[in-house]
Design a protein around this ligand. Structure first.
Ligand SMILES: *Cc1c(COP(=O)(O)O)cnc(C)c1O
Length: 396
């Protein structure tokens, strides 16, 4: 193999770009979608209810409400908890913007908390220091797919009379002390975007054990109307009540048929991700230029992402240079995430600034997400390892 970096004119480690994430769709998935296309119900039909039952079962929840994105799931969760203009909701700064945006949608104020340096999961002690008389809820983000410390979070929320929400968009298929993600908080939010564990194109869901919260989320996805089209059809009724302001956040039957097929493969999908992660862990054990994130015992990490932190002290290059060099080797690395409070919108609107969550801010320039998806081959993973070795050696 050429040791000259591809970015400097050498041969790349591989010829085709390996993406950081990708969906895994098989012929049965395609057949399930086309079958819906031939039927009567394209939306609000039986596949939606079927998908919700299967998802509730898979996540140890009593209720699942399917919506058309993970962002809609977070919005529905904030609505269900009646977050409003006088409320604060604690969120980690190291997350996708949607986690905090959902609080703004309902008029609440996101309050940013810091993360643990080794796992990059919400630091529960730091979150506790951000609680004020206005705090209504904490949103825990299972960053990269490892569940947060739900035991400490539950204790804190019970003690302070707060509601606990899990942004589980990274952790479907994970568990904490044997209990599945989706059953660990008052409300849990999932995304079925193509890079996530299972996909419906776009899509999401809220899971809960609380019938009232589930009903609020269910109405919210359908304009705040108490019944849906299928229920009225079955009853031969035309009239309905709109009792609060909702949205059209419905997931279609086509998407739910796809979701059902995908959900049936969740176990093998997560197993494959975990096997790839174990291979990366072994390969990077003595790579001093990059450290994988720490994992905690009694948790099943679902590995939406495989994140390393670059040891910049051992490199002559910054993250941007390492990123560009790996992309040139056709390794589709990515970065998750710039801390949300550092985005211009938040700085202008909420007055957030650097220094508010120092651990997340110190981690950000070191973060790199390596390719991770269920249909990645061992050869693909070998290419990632080879490229990481080649690039970090060149910049040592
Ligand atoms: C993907 C994701 C979302 C949003 O999901 P969409 O389906 O893209 O709307 C929210 N939070 C986190 C942490 C995510 O990774």
């Amino acid at each position: 193999m050429s040791r000259e970096l591809a970015i400097e004119g050498g041969a790349p480690v591989r010829t085709a770009m390996l993406p950081y994430g990708r969906q895994s769709i098989d012929d049965a998935d395609i057949a399930a979608v086309t079958e819906v296309l031939r039927g009567d119900w394209l939306t609000t039909g039986p596949k939606v209810a079927e998908f919700e039952v299967a998802l509730a079962r898979a996540t140890g929840a009593t209720h699942a409400v399917a919506v058309n994105s993970g962002t809609a799931a977070l919005h529905a969760a904030m609505h269900a908890l009646e977050v409003g203009p006088r409320d604060e909701v604690i969120v980690p700064s190291l997350t996708f913007a949607a986690t905090a945006n959902a609080v703004l949608y309902t008029g609440g104020t996101p309050v940013f908390a810091d993360v643990e340096a080794d796992t990059l999961l919400l630091d529960v002690d730091d979150a506790a220091t951000r609680i004020t008389p206005r705090t209504k809820a904490i949103v825990a983000v299972d960053y990269a797919g490892q569940p947060c410390d739900y035991r400490a979070l539950r204790d804190l929320c019970d003690d302070k009379d707060l509601r606990l929400v899990s942004d589980a968009c990274h952790s479907l298929g994970g568990s904490f002390e044997g209990r599945p993600v989706g059953s660990l908080a008052d409300l849990s939010c999932f995304s079925f975007h193509p890079v996530k564990h299972i996909t419906t194109g776009e899509g999401g869901a809220v899971t809960t054990a609380d019938a009232t919260l589930a009903q609020r989320a269910r109405m919210f996805r359908n304009h705040g109307i108490t019944t849906d089209h299928r229920q009225r059809t079955e009853r031969g009724a035309y009239d309905y009540d709109m009792v609060e302001l909702g949205y059209n956040y419905r997931l279609t039957d086509l998407q739910c048929a796809l979701g059902l097929g995908q959900l049936a493969k969740l176990g093998p999908f997560v197993d494959r991700r975990r096997a790839l992660a174990a291979g990366y862990d072994r390969a990077f054990a003595d790579l001093s230029a990059a450290r994988p994130l720490a994992t905690r015992p009694s948790r099943t990490h679902a590995y939406h992402l495989y994140v390393v932190q670059l040891t910049l002290e051992r490199l002559r290059a910054d993250r941007a240079k390492v990123f560009a060099a790996l992309r040139a080797e056709n390794i589709g690395v990515n970065v998750h995430y710039r801390p949300v409070h550092l985005h211009p919108y938040y700085r202008e609107r909420l007055g957030t600034k650097p220094g508010m969550t120092p651990v997340a801010e110190a981690a950000y320039p070191r973060l790199l997400s390596l390719p991770m998806f269920a249909t990645m081959t061992d050869g693909d993973a070998d290419d990632v390892v080879a490229a990481m070795g080649k690039v970090t050696e060149a910049y040592a």
